[in-house]
Design a protein around this ligand. Structure first.
Ligand code: NAP
Length: 334
């Protein structure tokens, strides 16, 4: 089969699509004929060797795909050959055939297009962990989401709206703000500032204008996909008892919280890691995937596909993510 092969970590453009042996499956595994691949920021880190977990080389990277089940191993009960499935795997999605543990495969609604499912699985699962499991967003809450026009950000916007929250979308351009609004955001918060102090003031002033709460200390939850200065500035718009949920660091640097600031302002900071939830909280994750299917079926959630590329052009597709140009999702077709 043809697949992106990482022989050694390096710049994304240093990897190529190559002919590799077809994967074999064992007990409990499913072999999927790939139709569509969803690209995520962590995929870009994985190809460059910057992701926290590093597979042995050579390997086929990629985490999100959808397609048709070709074969199943012994003891597989969750799907059968011919089923249309979406899967979230640790690696292997950037190939024509993908082996997946059955627990990571989900039979899709009949009318759901492959590209939609592949574009939604990781970002909606991440938003499920951040919004529901960790942030415990409730109807009536005010939530600010950073990187709100990115993949996880837009999924979080849609999930928070479905939950009945007021959503503040923090983004770096008017176009990104417009996309967040189209997905249900109530207010757009501009994130451009010269330095950290300027960003704190800029965010507080805009959140105060949007909510009427003095100094902008209005948010029950901040969902932070960017990190860097937005993390610290995000703490300044939390209400008494509010929580900041850490999703990622697309801004490129890992911030630190001052413990005394959290103490004196009665605030919480918590992590929202996706992958280990499958090990610790599998029934909850299964509930999240079914909820994603429900929202899609009811027209309350979508992938927001921004660009499509053939598998061969994966490096060009990743330029959109690393160049901060993507709005919504980029998918590869197989
Ligand atoms: N917790 C988990 O398990 C988990 C799972 C999946 C993803 N993540 C993390 O969540 C974050 C978002 O992932 P994603 O797939 O949604 O990414 P994405 O679609 O590429 O969106 C990332 C957003 O980050 C903002 N950004 C700020 N500085 C950037 C920079 N230098 N380069 C690129 N983007 C920048 C951009 O919004 P603005 O231009 O508006 O600032 C962009 O829309 C990443 O850090 C990723 O690693 C975590």
């Amino acid at each position: 089969m043809r697949a992106v092969l990482v022989k050694e970590f390096g710049p994304i453009g240093s990897h190529q699509v190559e002919e590799v042996p077809d994967p074999e499956i064992g007990p409990g595994e499913v072999l999927i004929e790939n139709h569509a691949i969803g690209l995520n920021f962590p995929d870009a880190l994985m190809l460059q060797g910057k992701y926290q977990k590093k597979p042995d080389r050579p390997f086929v990277p990629g985490r999100d795909l959808s397609g048709v089940v070709r074969a199943v191993g012994a003891n597989v009960t969750r799907c059968k050959p011919g089923d249309r499935v979406v899967a979230q795997v640790f690696k292997g999605a950037f190939g024509e055939l993908v082996p997946a543990p059955q627990e990571r495969c989900f039979v899709m609604p009949e009318d759901m297009p492959f590209e939609e499912a592949a574009g939604m699985i990781t970002v909606f699962n991440t938003a499920w962990v951040a919004v529901e499991m960790r942030g415990r967003v409730q109807a009536g809450d005010t939530v600010m989401i950073t990187g709100a026009a990115g993949g996880v950000g837009l999924a979080a916007v849609q999930r928070c709206k479905a939950r009945g929250a007021t959503v503040l979308a923090a983004v770096s351009s008017p176009e990104k703000g417009e996309l967040a609004r189209q997905n249900g955001a109530d207010h757009v918060i501009d994130t451009n500032a010269d330095d950290l102090d300027g960003l704190k003031r800029h965010l507080q002033a805009q959140v105060e204008a949007a909510t009427g709460v003095a100094e902008g200390r209005a948010c029950n939850v901040v969902i932070d996909t960017v990190g860097a200065d937005l993390f610290e500035a995000g703490l300044r718009v939390l209400a008494f008892g509010g929580s900041l949920v850490i999703v990622g660091f697309s801004g490129g640097s890992i911030p630190a919280a001052k413990a005394n600031y959290l103490l004196y302002n009665n605030l919480g900071v918590m992590g929202a890691p996706l992958d280990i939830q499958f090990e610790h909280m599998y029934p909850e994750m299964e509930r999240g995937v079914n909820d994603m299917f429900r929202l899609w079926t009811e027209g309350k959630a979508r992938a927001n596909i921004n660009a499509r590329f053939p598998l061969e052009d994966f490096a060009q597709a990743f330029d959109m993510i690393t160049g901060r140009k993507v709005m919504g999702k980029v998918v590869l077709t197989v």
